[in-house]
Design a protein around this ligand. Structure first.
Ligand code: ADP
Ligand code: MG
Length: 219
């Protein structure tokens, strides 16, 4: 089945555990190769991986931040790939890129936490920092693997609202895997149901009925 994600389009990936959601996201961010089928990114067959990887930002359920570092260093970690080694090393002693880091942190509502130790932050704040790090990369495509599964429902909705707003304002595509179908309905334009390693449906959000969801999750 053909799957496309447009600019500024928000797509939910839903399906039972083990269905292949994470696998699909890992294929999309080029950390996993294809065993079959075809992948095009930004209108072209996948060529030079490193250049493309910089255009894809990913956020994860467990945030993937280093707790013992200050927020600024976790943000800069998103740029190590583009910085030469001396700059990356120097930045650990004397943070560079403070202005840009503050700008993305302000965008996620945490401007005052730039020099806070990361392990002092709450779960919702941690995911905001991870989103800010992703923003610093200025990706064209955003992937999010269960980004709210470690958060309570209120924080989860806030984080999804933020991800959606960031996708829309930048004309970026967003593919987000979600456990909670209600959240997918509330924040996404399209829903892709994955089961047993295959795409079972790919529909506008309003076209996904309870019967279809029932079949997606039945064993
Ligand atoms: N299309 C696929 N082809 C081959 N293996 C797959 C495919 N989709 C999923 N798998 C395998 O299924 C397992 C669980 O997939 P995963 O992506 O972690 O599921 P989910 O994130 O939906 O819980 C993994 O070991 C993965 O290698
Ligand atoms: Mg998964």
């Amino acid at each position: 089945m053909r799957l496309t994600v447009g600019e500024g389009e928000v797509v939910a990936l839903v399906g039972p555990s083990g269905a292949g959601k994470t696998t699909l996201l890992n294929v999309l961010n080029l950390s996993l190769g294809l065993s079959g089928g075809r992948l095009e990114l930004f209108g072209q067959a996948v060529g030079e991986r490193r250049r493309l990887q910089r255009l894809i930002g990913t956020v994860y359920q467990r945030f993937e931040l280093v707790p013992s570092l200050r927020v600024i260093h976790n943000l800069n970690a998103g740029r190590l790939a583009e910085w030469p080694a001396w700059k990356a090393f120097w930045s650990l002693l004397y943070p560079l890129g403070v202005r840009e880091a503050r700008r993305v942190l302000e965008r996620v509502g945490m401007g005052e936490k730039l020099f806070e130790r990361t392990d002092r932050l709450s779960g919702g704040q941690l995911q905001r920092v991870a989103i800010a790090r992703m923003l610093l990369q200025d990706p064209r495509l955003i992937l999010a693997d269960e980004p709210v599964a470690s958060l309570d429902p209120v924080l989860g909705r806030e984080v999804l609202g933020l991800l959606r707003a960031i996708a829309l304002e930048g004309g970026r595509g967003l593919v987000v895997s979600l456990h909670d179908v209600g959240l997918a309905r509330g924040f996404c334009d399209r829903m892709v149901g994955v089961k047993g390693g295959e795409v079972m449906f790919n529909l506008p959000i309003d076209a996904v009925g309870d019967d279809l969801l029932g079949r997606l999750y039945e064993v």
